[in-house]
Structures are given as C-alpha cells and as structure tokens.
Design a protein around this ligand. Structure first.
Ligand code: GLN
Ligand code: ZN
Length: 763
C-alpha cells in the first residue's frame, strides 16, 4: 500500500525564502559560541541563545506572511559540516572525542593534536564551508538528531516547517577524496538509502515539505550532473513514505538539469531567477505537475527588488507549472539582517536597499499580488517604484568627469615598459641585496589598536589622539623590523579595520554599514561595504601613514593598497552596470593613489589581490572574460607609475590552477604567493608558463601559531631557489601577520631573515 498521507497534506505553499542567516542580528550566536569555547558560558546557555535566535527568525517569517518556513538552516558552524554529521561521515580521527558537540567543533577548528577539516568558498559567495573528507574507509550512517529536533521544535511552536538539507549530489561534489579514495561522487548510491530513511523519519513527524538543496546543479562540476540528478531524484521521489520534495537550485541557471528534475516525481523545484534566466525555466517541459519556487528576490545582494519587473517575471511563468511560490533566489545567509539597524543611510540610498527582513516582506508582497491581484498591494508597488526611480537619476551614480576619464583610458594606460627594463631601473633605485626579505603588510593587531579604534568610535578619544596612537604603533613596527633585519619594511596596517572597508570608507560611491554583518565562516563575520555609485577618490588614502613610516627609517617602506578585484569581491556590488565597469572605476582610484605615493617618494607599492581567484565564475564559458577584465583592472591600477617604481602584488592561496596565466598577466614586478603548505609547487607552475618576473613564495605558514625553525625555512628556500634562481627570488611569509602575536612573529621572522642571509652568503 502506498502511504501518501504526508504528501497529501502538503498543499503547495506560496510564500517563502530558501534559508536564512543564523549568526544573529547583533552577532548573538557568534558571542555565545565563542563564549562557550572560552568556557565563559555553559552548554545550556549556548542552547538557549540558539533556540531564541531560531524562534525569532521563524516568528519574523510567519509574521511577514510566509506559509512555509525553512528549518534546519540554523548551524553552530556550517551547513556542510552539519551534513557530514547527518550522514555519519566525519573522519575517524575525531572518533576519540566522545561528546558530539565537542567533536563537531573539533572537526571545524581542530584541536592541539587533530587537524581540522579544510575550509573553502561556497560557490562564488564569500561564505566558506567545511570540506567533508571522504576516504576509502568512510562509511555512512544516518544521524538525524539535529534536523529532527529542530523540526520538532518548530512544529511545536506552530511554525509551518520545511526542513532543509543539502542533497547528496552537492554534498559529494563538494567533498574531498582523501587517502587515495576515488571521487566522492562514486559513493552516490550508498547515500540514497540514508536520504530515504531521513525522508521517512520526517514524514513520521508529520512534515509536509522537505527542501533538498542542490546548488551544484548550476555548475559544470561534472558532465553527468543532469543524469545523476534524474536518477537520484527518481529514487528519492519513488519512496512511498515521505514528505513532498522541493529540490532547490540556486546561484545560477540550472540549464538542462531542470528538465532532468522535471522528469522525476519530486513535487517542487526552486529556481534562481536573479542569476538564471526566466526563459530557460519557461521552456522546461514537464513542469506542469510541479510547484515552481520562483526565486525572484535576490538572496545574496542587497538591492531592493523592482516589484513590477519581478511581477512580470512571475507572470511569464504562470501556466508553465502547476503552481507558483514566490521566494528568494538563494538563502538570505549572504545578506545582513535588517536595514532598521542602519542609522546613517540617506533616504535615497535607504530606498534602494533591502536586507533580509526587507526581502521577507518583498516576497510576501509579490505573493499577495499573485494571489489577490496587483490592486491588493497597489500601495506597496507604488512606494517601491517611487523609491527606485530616484536611483537611476541620482547624480552619485553618474559622475560625468569620472566616466569621461574612463572612456579615455586605452591599452597604453594598462601597460608598463617591459619587465626586465623596469627591473634595471628599480635595482638602481633600491639597491636591494639578493634574496630580499619582506613581509606581506599587516603586523599583529594588538589590543591597544582595537581599544583605540573602539575609543574613537565612542568619542572617548578624538581623531588627533587616535592618529597619535596609530603612529606609535607604526613606530614600534618599524623598530621591530629594523631589529629583525628585514630589507623592505611595511608600516603594519594598524589603521585598517579591514583591507577593503578601510578604502571603502574613504571612497565616494561606497557606503560602509554600521551593523551589516554577514557570516564568512564559523563565528567569523564581515561587514561588506555597499558599492552603490560611481567611485571617486577625493583625497589620498594612505600617503600620510606611509610617508610617516618612511620618515622613521632609511630602509624602503612599501606602500600598501588593496586591488580593484579584491575590493569588488568583498563588497556588495552594483547591479545596474557590469562588474567590469565597477572594477575600472576602482582601478582609477587605486591608480591615483599609486601616483600620489610615488610623488611622495615611495619606491615600492604593493597592490593586494587575494580575491582574484574568488570571483572566478562558476561556469567555464564565463571564465576567460572575467580574467580579462580582472587583469586589466589591476593593470590600470598599477601602470600609472614610472619604471623605477616597483609594483608588488600578493595572492594568498596556493591552488592557482585556472588563474595561473592571469597571475603572470598582472605583470607585477614582484608577486608574493602562498606556497609553504604546498611545498613551493606553484613555482614550477609559474615556470611552466614562462613567467619571468620576481616571486616571493611564502616560506612559512602564518595561519598557525607554530614558529618555523630556520633550517626548515632554509630547506623551503633551497627548493624555491632551485625553481626560480637567485635573481628573482624574494623571501617572505605566506600572508599578513595581523592574526598572530608579536613574540611568535618576532621569532619566526628572525629565523626567516637568518635563513635568507645564510643562503645569500652562499650564492
Ligand atoms: N596586506 C594584507 C595583510 O598583510 C594582505 C592580506 C591578505 O592577503 N588577505 O594583511
Ligand atoms: Zn594573504
């Protein structure tokens, strides 16, 4: 007998979001978890804070008029890690920790003896997930406690709960094979019984709908994805005892995978209509018996939805499916909680934005318009249109002088003289020894720095006092570097809260939020600035700090800037012009800054681009065009200076893969890169493509508090020397030192300098 009770009770819903944030509007969860780690609060208090946050979010959605609410999107750390736990797939090395919560945190962060799981970017967002490891010995067992208890909690609170779990395809595609195991996707069939079991248990609880997230379906991670999608969801939807299934695709167009899903018996498919195209969806055959969850409200950017155009998109889809639900394009995990927490917004800008709370209401308005007709929400549509009309006419979005200047930028402005020619002039000017030693920019962010910043914010000290204190920090860092014996010094970046926000706060066209926190990973949150208008640099941003630092020493001090791609990657970006246009505007501002630094006598300028690889599009077809404009923007930023001025760049990741050619094309005089954890392999990759400029492969890993001995550094340097030869090799750590403590930094750098000198003397 077929049991369809659970499914039969699952009427199509109309109003929802694919998921929500969990860190708390005031980062309550961050504080609770860190408090728990530090032993300041006990487990019951952590559980209480978590339950309060979940409840507040559900209540908000229900009050906004949502008739289906995502549940199990709460997490103590990360949803992929939660999925690894759900499937019983944590690596065996954590088995020795018997307490489940401690084991969970150990897998996320490591312990004194256990290496954590790796972390990497969640598709092309700035969220980072924990990478599950699948080894030959990994076995799978369903551990549904978390999802079942959150569902129970929600149902008891009267919430129309729709549990959300990550699907088997996405889980395996994002997992990493270890210990010689074959690709995790080969284990697909082993996971299906667990998902079937889970579906049964959810049905037992009386759940009407389950959402299974498969964002991997918008990528080209595997060419057989459409085929896998069809077979997996045929199996899962073939279960006799289960809730209705909604498969969620997001972060782009799911292409032929939609038709594959439509051929299965799942009851609903969620599509991203912000990044994906409505025509693709409308053309999918076989949606006639499905609920189509239409993601017309952008879940990952902060712009107010144009309700009229979203309504038009929805109208196009009427008739192509059995029913339509209005939703966000993705979880709102990626945007801040609410505009209500921002006091400094001017009324125009406020009218153009929607954070999570505002998006919840937009979804509800659109759903009402669909159900009751536009007339029922005429007021909302009118307010919306009025607010948005000020956007296209606001002069801050069209600064003619800037646009004229950009129009005049040609290839010659993105090109310097040949690198070897520049090198001769730079050597003459700088007179550096072979194997020059340097650091990446930041020095430990001491508590004195943080206190000063907080005191400035609360008005306890004035700007002059703040600057005096920062100068004190700079002086200390210069003295330290001279004592250690480094060749090229930095000012230490004490005045920068963040390498992007610092610039955004000074450039017109950006708005820096007061409370716009979003989770980056675990308990780490960032506050991405909002790029809303044309970018104008009204005055130099770094020159005073660098020249102050230079005044204290006869060694060269590097100017330190963030590149245009990284500034874009770590901001919320305009959606009314291509990214490349925004990149070029930022590039001009950075270019002007390099020229001012040069004029002030600074001979070396580093333009960091750690995010160059992050913005790489998900689809192969779009990658080349991206790399093209990204490289060009960097080159516009760095080609305004004379040959004798040495441009450095810094990229902190080691798997260059698809961007290796672009790194060479940046044509920086010196490129510092992460290499310590990958045994200098990147140098061979650079050689293989004929890169001839200087490189500074990181000789030790700054991500760990361990102090590397000088023999260890010497051996790294020897392999680097073998790969690039003595003319082109710089000596530096992997990345900036801001998260480390001064004693370990002093010791590590002293060993690094000793190793460099020993090798230099032996040349
Ligand atoms: N200059 C920056 C620093 O040292 C670079 C940081 C980064 O690569 N993310 O902190
Ligand atoms: Zn770095």
């Amino acid at each position: 007998m077929t049991d369809t009770t659970s499914r039969a009770s699952a009427a199509p819903f109309t109003t929802t979001v694919l998921g929500t944030a969990r860190i708390g509007p005031r980062r309550e969860l961050k504080r609770a978890i860190e408090g728990y780690w530090a032993g300041r609060i006990d487990r019951s208090e952590l559980e209480r804070t978590s339950a309060d946050l979940r409840r507040a979010q559900w209540t908000e959605l229900v009050d906004a008029g949502h008739d289906s609410v995502p549940v199990n999107t709460f997490s103590f750390y990360d949803q992929l890690l939660d999925t690894a736990v759900l499937l019983g797939a944590l690596p065996a090395r954590f088995d020795e920790i018997s307490d489940p919560l401690d084991r969970y945190f150990a897998a996320a962060r490591g312990t004194a003896d256990l290496a954590p799981l790796e972390m990497t970017k969640w598709f092309d967002t700035n969220y980072h997930y924990i990478v599950p490891e699948i080894g030959p010995d990994t076995s799978f067992t369903l551990r549904p406690e978390k999802v079942l208890s959150e569902v129970t909690e929600a149902l008891e609170a009267g919430v129309p709960a729709r549990p959300v779990v990550i699907g088997p395809l996405t889980f395996l595609a994002l997992a990493k094979a270890v210990d010689g195991a074959s690709h995790p996707l080969t284990r697909l069939n082993e996971l299906l019984p667990l998902y079937l079991d889970l579906l049964g248990k959810l049905a037992d609880l009386g759940v009407g709908w389950v959402q299974i997230d498969e964002p991997v379906l918008v990528t080209d991670a595997a060419d057989s994805l459409a085929h896998h999608a069809e077979s997996v969801y045929t199996t899962l939807s073939g279960a006799s005892h289960r809730p209705a299934i909604a498969v969620a695709t997001y972060f782009g167009d799911a292409g032929d995978r939609l038709a594959a899903l439509a051929r299965t018996d799942v009851e609903a498919i969620a599509v991203d209509l912000v990044e994906g195209s409505v025509d693709t969806v409308a053309a999918v055959p076989g949606l006639g018996d499905k609920l189509l969850i239409a993601g017309v409200v952008d879940g990952r950017n902060i712009w107010r939805t144009d309700l009229a155009s979203a309504a038009a998109t929805l109208a196009t889809l009427l008739g192509s499916a059995r029913a339509l639900a209005v939703s966000t394009s993705s979880s709102t995990l990626h945007v801040p909680y609410t505009l209500a927490a921002e006091d400094e917004l001017d009324s125009n800008l406020r009218g153009w934005l929607a954070f999570a709370s505002e998006k919840f209401r937009e979804v509800a308005t659109l759903a009402r318009a669909l159900r009751d007709g536009r007339g029922a929400v005429a007021g909302e549509f009118e307010t919306n249109a009025l607010a948005l009309s000020t956007r296209s006419s606001d002069p801050r979005l069209h600064v003619t002088a800037l646009r004229d200047r950009l129009d005049a930028i040609g290839d010659a402005d993105a090109r310097r003289s040949p690198a070897d020619q520049r090198l001769i002039q730079q050597q003459e000017r700088l007179g550096l020894p072979a194997l020059p030693t340097t650091t990446i920019g930041s020095y430990p962010q001491t508590s004195a720095i943080r206190l000063a910043r907080a005191a400035l914010r609360t008005g306890e000290i004035d700007q002059a006092e703040y600057e005096r204190r920062m100068q004190g920090e700079i002086a200390d860092v210069i003295t330290l570097q001279e004592q250690i014996g480094l060749d090229v010094l930095v000012h230490g970046e004490p005045e920068r809260n963040d390498m992007v926000q610092y610039f955004a706060e000074q450039l017109e066209g950006f708005f820096a939020t007061a409370n716009g926190w979003v989770q980056s990973y675990g308990t780490r949150c960032v506050r991405p600035p909002i790029l809303f208008g044309d970018v104008v640099r009204t005055s130099p941003m770094t020159v005073d700090w660098i020249t102050y630092a230079q005044s204290l020493t006869s060694k060269p001090v590097k100017g330190m800037l963030t590149g245009p791609v990284t500034i874009l990657a770590w901001s919320f970006v305009r959606n009314d012009q291509p990214l490349s246009a925004s990149a070029n505007q930022i590039a001009l501002a950075i270019r002007d800054e390099t020229v001012d630094l040069e004029r002030a006598g600074v001979g070396i300028i580093q333009v960091d681009e750690p995010a160059l690889r992050e913005l790489l599009p998900l689809r192969d077809a779009e990658k080349a065009a991206y790399l093209d404009w990204a490289v060009r923007a960097f080159r516009i930023s760095t080609s305004g200076v004379d040959d004798a001025t040495q441009i450095h760049t810094h990229l902190c990741y080691s798997e260059f893969g698809e961007v290796i050619g672009a790194i060479a094309d940046l044509d920086a005089d010196v490129t510092s890169i992460e290499a310590a954890r990958s045994h200098m392999e990147v140098l061979d990759d650079l050689n293989a493509i004929g890169f001839g400029n200087a490189v500074g492969p990181g000789v030790y890993d700054i991500h760990s508090p361990r102090v590397p001995g000088s023999t260890e550094i010497t051996s790294s340097l020897q392999s680097a020397l073998k790969a690039v030869g003595p003319q082109r090799l710089w000596v530096n750590p992997d990345c900036g030192l801001k998260t480390r403590g001064t004693p370990e930094v002093t010791e590590s750098l002293t060993n690094m300098v000793a190793a460099a000198r020993e090798l230099r003397d032996a040349l």
